[in-house]
Design a binder for this molecule. Sequence first.
Ligand SMILES: [Fe+2]
Ligand SMILES: [Fe+2]
Length: 352
Amino acid sequence: MAARNAATAQPYTAEALSIQPRNVKFDWSDVPQQYIPGETYATHFWNVMHLVLPEGERAMADVFAQAMPFIEDERLREELKGFVGQEETHANSHETFRQHLEDGGVDVPRIMRMMEFVIDQVFGDHGLQGKAAEMWLNERLGIYAAAEHFTAVIGEWLIDNKEFDNVGVDPTMLDLLRWHGAEEMEHRNVAFDVYQHVDGSYARRVRTALIASVGLGALWMSTSSYLYNQEPASKKAGPWPWALAKSMKNGLVPNISFFIKEMPQYLNPTFRRLSGTSRSPPPLGRLDDVRRRRQKRGRPALADAADDKCRSEGLLRTFRGQPGRSGALASEAGASHRLRSQPGRRTHHQGS
Ligand SMILES: [Fe+2]
Ligand SMILES: [Fe+2]
């Protein structure tokens, strides 16, 4: 039995999984500062996830929560609640590593000030009202929807990457990265579906995809190069573009050309269908892979715990054509405090 999402005209199958946040915890006490052994630049490349992403993910969750009152599709509302909850959990989990970085000499407050500026001065609400507020919400939904496509691609890369295992990346850090990557893949379509539902303009999709790719790339490169340049080891290892190229060649960071390669996919009018079938492996299967690798190493089962929790709390629950649990939606994702219900502020249209 399949329900149809009126927003995107995509059938939901009976086996479709609900998206829910998982309650995970990471113990950083035994994790070295350079968790990718001997790789200063690659380590700092992934440190961007701990330093920059939490603020970005919270800002994104806030913007999508603002869109909630304009979504009538129950299934999409439920997915959005799970998406917001997952992003908040990602932010909280990465943030726990910051103290560890600061203890190792990273100037975390400086990066936080930069992110505060970006979030407040660039992506903030700016006190807009009426039509201007509506347009700005749509624009941010478009930017974040495109950014989510790129984070899903990075997530897929993190899950598939074998070099991390070969070079002996710290297993706890590897768990964090791959768990995050798996959930990025799991909720890869939600932000796009919400954008299509609330606005859906193709011109805005093109424009915001360009803004998101340039912005995300610039933020990631500038932060990782700043962190790398602070390291005494960088004097010996050479300038950051050289170190980046070496890390890409060694398979420790994604090739940045994927920003260009992925653009046509995202701008394809049939994007949702493509990404929902051939490009998306079953996310729970990927979490199972993480769990098996961890068990092989005889490590405490962090990913296992997350996986078990998601099973016990109903991730495997199927919809089977039932309406979503609308009564408890906001509190489930921890999003209710962020919702700014403004009934009657706008009339959304459906379809793309
Ligand atoms: Fe995330
Ligand atoms: Fe995400």
